[in-house]
Design a protein around this ligand. Structure first.
Ligand SMILES: [Mg+2]
Length: 400
């Protein structure tokens, strides 16, 4: 810890200031700079102070820690920050999440009263971690030209993640998830290309490509004797297009798939507050037996009114709730609430992100209709998906 020159301590309580100074000067040779509140701290930073670590009380007069964090991001200051607080862990966690969303990546917390042990842990954690902890494979960034070529060459394909019916313990369908069979990079998930592709204005072309292939795949399953459903993700901008419903119905007719087997998933975060156009398309689709699902439920801003006004057929619980439901009572409450709401509104419920048998058991007990997640299967290429059913009548997926 020799390269620590300045530690900024923001704390309004004189006694706490003394304790922190004493403890820190025992642990490091760094210069301890004190500030009584956020405003004073910002003044020092504006004058050119460059601390390697900021220890910040959350509860302070004049400018509290929350406001201080916001001001830091305005100044583009990236510095490890440790929040010191006597507040509930829940509250501190939400402040850390807020700071992360502002782009402050290294925020930790310690609870009051501060001990030497906590400070040692903090110094180790904050000062020894690399500034940009990028793990895993290098981030591959395709060029617009590559994406354009990929679309032209039909390299974007749907992968299928099975849906398990909790009542029968059988696969009843799948969600189509786009993948890019890249000529040199292998199979790429949307993480690598979707933002760029959307910026290029190709989002509706991609939707078309995936819908068409998904309809064809579903029809071929039916021809093999498996009457599965298929769910495809669409964006609100797709649905806003005047001819979307007509084109879709024409495709279904052309490829011979009954519309009742198709579900369109709309991500909740995409729903705009002006739903006039959306209702136009959605009503027409529903009149023609196509199902509409509200995807990633709980992560967006949809109001109950919107949920009531839009003729959804299905509610998909976001995976973040499923994943944490057994360890966090709040996530559990969100899952229970969503399932209850789905039931009361007469919507089919689907839980995403099911990874453990415990989650599966509980979701079934709570009345969730459909499960999707790695416990059942990862998303599969079309040939692998159908192999599961064609080659093995014991249905190998269903051993859980
Ligand atoms: Mg989806």
């Amino acid at each position: 810890m020799n390269d620590l020159n300045n530690i900024l301590v923001i704390e309004d309580d004189q006694f706490q200031q003394q304790i922190m100074t004493k403890l820190l000067s025992r642990l490091t040779s760094a210069n301890i700079v004190l500030a009584d509140n956020g405003i004073e701290a910002l003044g020092k930073l504006d004058k050119g102070l460059m601390p390697e670590l900021i220890l910040c009380d959350l509860n302070m007069p004049h400018m509290d820690g929350v406001e201080f964090l916001r001001c830091l991001t305005e100044r583009n200051i990236q510095c490890p920050i440790t929040l010191i607080s006597a507040a509930d862990k829940d509250v501190v966690n939400s402040v850390i999440k807020m700071a992360n969303s502002y782009g402050l990546s290294r925020v930790t917390d310690i609870s009051k009263p501060v001990t030497a042990k906590q400070l040692i842990a903090t110094l180790n954690q904050q000062m020894l971690a690399p500034i940009n902890p990028k793990k895993g494979k290098q981030h591959y960034q395709p060029t617009e030209q590559e994406i354009y070529q990929g679309l032209k060459n039909g390299e974007f394909v749907p992968y299928f993640q099975p849906h398990l019916d909790t009542k029968t313990d059988k696969i009843t369908g799948a969600e189509a998830l786009v993948r890019w069979h890249h000529p040199t990079q292998g199979v790429l998930s949307p993480y690598y290309f979707l933002d760029t592709l959307m910026k290029m204005g190709f989002s509706s072309i991609l939707t078309e490509v995936i819908i068409k292939q998904s309809i064809l795949a579903c029809r071929s399953w039916h021809q093999s004797g498996f009457n599965f459903h298929i769910s495809v993700n669409v964006s609100q901008s797709d649905l806003d297009k005047q001819d979307f419903a007509d084109n879709l119905l024409r495709l279904l007719h052309k490829y011979g798939l009954q519309s009742k087997y198709l579900t369109l998933e709309i991500t909740e975060t995409e729903l705009s507050s002006n739903i006039g156009k959306l209702l136009n398309t959605v009503s027409r689709l529903r009149l023609n037996d196509i199902k509409i699902s509200i995807d990633d439920f709980g992560t967006g801003h949809s109001s109950l009114k919107q949920l009531i006004d839009t003729p959804f057929s299905e509610l998909k619980i976001d995976q973040s709730f499923t994943k944490n439901m057994l360890t966090s009572s709040k996530h559990m409450a969100a899952v229970k609430f969503s399932l209850m709401l789905a039931k009361q509104l007469g919507l089919k419920s689907v839980a995403e992100g099911v990874e453990t048998i415990e989650q599966k058991k509980l979701l079934k007990e709570l009345g969730c209709d459909i499960l999707q997640g790695y416990l059942i299967s990862k998303p599969l290429a079309e040939t692998d998906f159908i192999k599961l059913f064609k080659n093995d009548t014991t249905e190998p997926l269903l051993h859980h």
